[in-house]
Ligand binder design. Structure first.
Ligand SMILES: *Cc1c(COP(=O)(O)O)cnc(C)c1O
Length: 353
């Protein structure tokens, strides 16, 4: 029996995607060759890249004027690519600090110029999303993290103002319907909600390419990759292929609107248990709770051994909170079934027996 995988990342993928991916490793498209031993410039792989890009555009309902790139280096490399490509010499970058990933992005931006933090929830251990802040109108862009994977908070409203918007959506891309035309750069490491580790999807508005006016090294320049259709150098073929399969799976399930409904049902089920079960307490402020990463703690630490044993017996895997916050974190990404969430809820109930 496959385990109920609550891992935050790399994380659960649909079983049928894993099956197809394993077949392509041995014999791709009946070529009698593996997917990972053919040229990325073969017509077979170019078709994979084209399909993956088209599915991103279709599922996110992107308007014309955006390029979809599949890059390497993880979301962490985007922390520096964003300022390199967007922060002008002598200009200013604005950041919303909602957790560890935001802080890491801020650290990189500081290498490129004046970086202002418009608001931070660090004062309360990042358990909420700051509101009511001003975005300076002279900033080159505002950067924010749509879902805070570690703390289990999520933005329901996005910063406004007449500046470029850059968003790290690593852990909630494709999970809920959003108007993407409000953003100028969107990036997400594949391994949370799209595919295996090894590629980062970057969606960039063509208008902003070359915006910083800096001399950017080729590999770090969005324009290089947009001009070459993500084939400037060898792309991570396997990660892109599996991402394409996951996006096909998502489309077959009815797309983002349909999965959002399921995601909200799973999250509601679990938060309801966290709130009604006297042995648990939620970590994040209620109005800012994430529908992807549900963080909670025991009210009595002495129950830990019993609860961990119940989880083990039930086939629950990777429920530990991030090493920086402790407690528990259930990551319930798109591929997780409501049945797996029900198993967790039952283990939480059994703790009180
Ligand atoms: C996991 C994660 C990252 C880091 O991604 P890497 O691909 O490991 O560099 C950045 N931002 C968020 C929101 C994440 O969840």
């Amino acid at each position: 029996m496959k385990k109920h995988n609550f891992s935050a990342g790399p994380s659960i993928l649909p079983q049928e995607v894993l099956q197809k991916a394993s077949e392509a490793i041995l014999n791709f498209n009946g070529l009698d060759l593996s997917l990972i031993e053919i040229s990325h410039r073969s017509k077979e792989f170019i078709a994979v890249m084209d399909k993956a890009q088209a599915l991103v555009k279709e599922l996110l309902e992107l308007p014309e004027g955006y390029s979809v790139l599949f890059l390497q280096g993880g979301a962490s490399t985007e922390f520096l690519m964003a300022p390199y490509n967007l922060l002008t010499e002598g200009g200013k970058a604005a950041y919303l600090d909602t957790g560890s990933w935001s802080s890491k992005a801020i650290k990189e931006a500081k290498l490129f110029g004046d970086t202002v933090v418009v608001a931070s929830s660090k004062d309360k251990g990042y358990n909420y999303i700051p509101k009511g802040y001003e975005v300076p109108s002279d900033a080159d862009y505002i950067h924010f993290t749509s879902n805070n994977t570690i703390f289990g908070t999520q933005l329901n409203e996005f910063p406004g103002g007449d500046v470029l918007k850059v968003v790290d959506m690593s852990s909630d891309i494709f999970s809920r319907k959003i108007d993407y035309s409000q953003f100028d750069v969107v990036y997400a490491g594949a391994q949370k909600n799209m595919g295996p580790a090894g590629t980062t999807v970057v969606i960039v508005k063509d208008e902003v390419l070359g915006k910083s006016g800096r001399q950017v090294p080729s590999m770090l320049d969005y324009k290089t990759h947009a001009d070459k259709d993500s084939m400037f150098n060898t792309p991570p073929v396997f990660a892109i292929y599996v991402s394409m399969l996951t996006l096909e799976w998502l489309k077959s399930k009815g797309g983002v609107a349909a999965i959002e409904k399921e995601n909200r049902a799973k999250a509601a089920l679990l938060y309801n248990e966290v709130d009604s079960n006297p042995s648990f307490v939620g970590f994040a402020a209620k109005e800012d709770r994430s529908i992807m990463n549900v963080t909670f703690n025991l009210t009595d630490e002495s129950l830990k051994e019993k609860f961990d044993a119940l989880c083990l017996e039930s086939g629950i895997s990777a429920l530990n909170g991030h090493r920086s916050v402790g407690g528990y974190r259930a990551s319930i990404y798109n591929a997780m079934s409501i049945e797996s969430v029900q198993v967790l809820v039952k283990a939480m109930q059994d703790l009180n027996k």
